[in-house]
Design a binder for this molecule. Structure first.
Ligand SMILES: NC(=O)c1ccc[n+]([C@@H]2O[C@H](COP(=O)([O-])OP(=O)(O)OC[C@H]3O[C@@H](n4cnc5c(N)ncnc54)[C@H](O)[C@@H]3O)[C@@H](O)[C@H]2O)c1
Length: 139
């Protein structure tokens, strides 16, 4: 798939990495479905994105008038099974616990189009495939 054809992405995990990546996609005009286990975490993610964008606006890097439109491209949900619906692209940014990461994608139910998966951390993904240990390798 050509990256220019990506209109909607699903991001599983709204923590430090997930909220930042969601924001960058939304700034690029791409719709985001940001998913986490608790609504409270997603509310915090939205607050963090709003704060980040305001800081960027203060430094003249983002037009403040654009902020509501950028945030408007981000939907949040706790529905992990349905996260990939309609998404052209998906990535996970959940906690660095192999058992949690392994469970993310098998939960998905027949997305409209099968999205390509892009794990946030390729070395960690390789580790999941190659190791039965629950302990992540040293960074
Ligand atoms: N923070 C960094 O600087 C950094 C840098 C490089 C790589 N990473 C990697 O990125 C990934 C995420 O790291 P982070 O710092 O954003 O972690 P984080 O703890 O800030 O966020 C992880 C999020 O995953 C959510 N989560 C846990 N289980 C879930 C599930 N089953 N479904 C959906 N969401 C779930 C948690 O609620 C949390 O909000 C990890 O693999 C980490 O190693 C982080």
């Amino acid at each position: 798939m050509d990256p220019k054809d990506v209109r909607k992405v699903a991001i599983i995990g709204g923590g430090t990495m997930g909220h930042s990546i969601a924001q960058v996609f939304a700034q690029a005009g791409i719709e985001v479905n940001l998913v986490d286990v608790k609504a409270k975490i997603l509310e915090q993610a939205l607050r963090r994105m709003k704060g980040n964008l305001q800081t960027l606006a203060d430094y003249g890097k983002v037009d403040a008038k654009e902020i509501p439109y950028i945030l408007g491209r981000i939907r949040t949900s706790t529905d992990i099974a349905g996260a990939g619906k309609g998404a052209d692209f998906a990535l996970e940014t959940v906690v660095e616990i192999p058992e949690v990461k392994k469970r993310i994608f098998p939960k998905w139910e027949k997305p409209a189009r099968r999205p390509p998966f892009w794990p946030a951390i390729p070395p960690a993904w390789r580790f999941l495939k190659s190791s039965k240990s629950k302990t992540p390798p040293a960074r």
